[in-house]
Ligand binder design. Structure first.
Ligand SMILES: NC(=O)c1ccc[n+]([C@@H]2O[C@H](COP(=O)([O-])OP(=O)(O)OC[C@H]3O[C@@H](n4cnc5c(N)ncnc54)[C@H](OP(=O)(O)O)[C@@H]3O)[C@@H](O)[C@H]2O)c1
Length: 287
């Protein structure tokens, strides 16, 4: 007798990460949610429009999809997503406990203030912007409502097939010549979105209660990441693209959000790739 496929629900199915998760979820019976996106399609995936701030809408969704696992990739810092972070996390945590659904929540390195890196899962949080604050509150609420949930803190996501939002702006600046600064004092552990999706799908097959850090294996500043991505997309750097610092920009941003992801590395088989390893993989796949 063939084993039944696990039923997976990915929230934010039209979002950046959510869509990558669903594109590679063929070992699951996969469903995704949409909110403002009226419709989309992927082979083998069913999509359901749902406002995750609405209790009744979530109940109807879960009755219909009957998931074994939820990966909650909706509600980012984009658009009105911030307002939805806390209510959506609370409702999904509650429903997943009641229905005994494995729940994986996406959080961010921005729950930290950037003054005492490197950060482990045990490091105290101290967010300094509204997005980080909402994510930190969501983490605390989830841990109360669903102690079995897995909270995955990730870092900047980048793509190597089509430029992501920020890389698109950088590429546009090489064409327009408009002044463009990349911080040398903002450090993150960027991760290739396809690699993150792969590790998350592996995480979704196990019970791992608590927090997991899942950033790339190296700490890069914005300048080095931007230069690496321009090189990857074969775009020459132009003189209007300059190094800058958070200090001189006057912005309030966490500076060093280097995360230690070794717990995740040891718990799962999928390798976590550096920028150069990810570039090599994409290069080899194209040949
Ligand atoms: N991107 C990064 O660099 C990064 C870094 C660290 C952590 N993260 C976290 O990783 C997760 C995925 O990020 P992402 O960049 O893939 O996000 P994204 O592309 O902005 O997608 C977020 C999705 O959330 C959905 N959404 C917003 N409000 C909603 C609501 N009330 N009900 C239902 N859905 C709602 C939107 O659906 P519609 O489009 O259909 O409206 C959108 O597709 C988020 O939790 C984010 O905080 C991202």
């Amino acid at each position: 007798m063939r084993a039944m496929k696990t039923r997976l629900l990915v929230t934010g199915g039209a979002g950046y990460l959510g869509n990558h998760l669903l594109r590679r979820a063929n070992q699951f019976v996969a469903a995704g949610t949409l909110h403002a996106t009226p419709s989309t399609s992927l082979p083998g995936v069913t999509f359901h429009v749902c406002n995750l701030q609405n209790h009744e809408a979530i109940r109807i969704l879960l009755d219909r999809v009957q998931p074994d696992v939820i990966i909650h990739a909706a509600c980012s810092e984009q658009g009105k997503g911030i307002e939805a972070i806390l209510p959506a996390a609370g409702l999904l945590a509650m429903q997943s406990t009641e229905r005994n659904i494995r729940f994986i929540h996406l959080s961010t390195d921005q729950v930290f203030d950037g003054t005492s890196a490197p950060y482990t899962e045990e490091s105290p949080t101290n967010p300094i912007n509204p997005y980080g604050k909402a994510k930190a509150q969501a983490e605390a609420l989830i841990r109360t409502l669903n102690p079995k949930a897995t909270i995955v803190r990730t870092s900047l996501l980048y793509d190597l097939r089509t430029p992501d939002r920020q890389t698109t702006r950088l590429i546009e600046a090489t064409q327009t010549g408009a002044p463009y600064r990349l911080f040398i004092d903002e450090l993150r552990c960027p991760i290739w979105v396809e690699n993150l999706a792969e590790v998350l799908l592996e995480i979704s097959t196990k019970d791992v209660p608590g927090i997991l850090h899942l950033g790339g294996p190296e700490s890069l500043n914005r300048w080095d990441l931007g230069m690496g991505l321009l090189q990857h997309f074969l775009i020459a750097q132009t003189s209007n693209i300059q190094q800058g610092t958070i200090e001189e920009s006057g912005l309030v941003r966490p500076k060093n959000l280097t995360m230690n992801s070794s717990r995740t590395k040891h718990l799962f088989h999928t390798p976590i790739l550096s920028l150069s390893e990810a570039r090599e993989k994409v290069h080899n796949l194209k040949i």
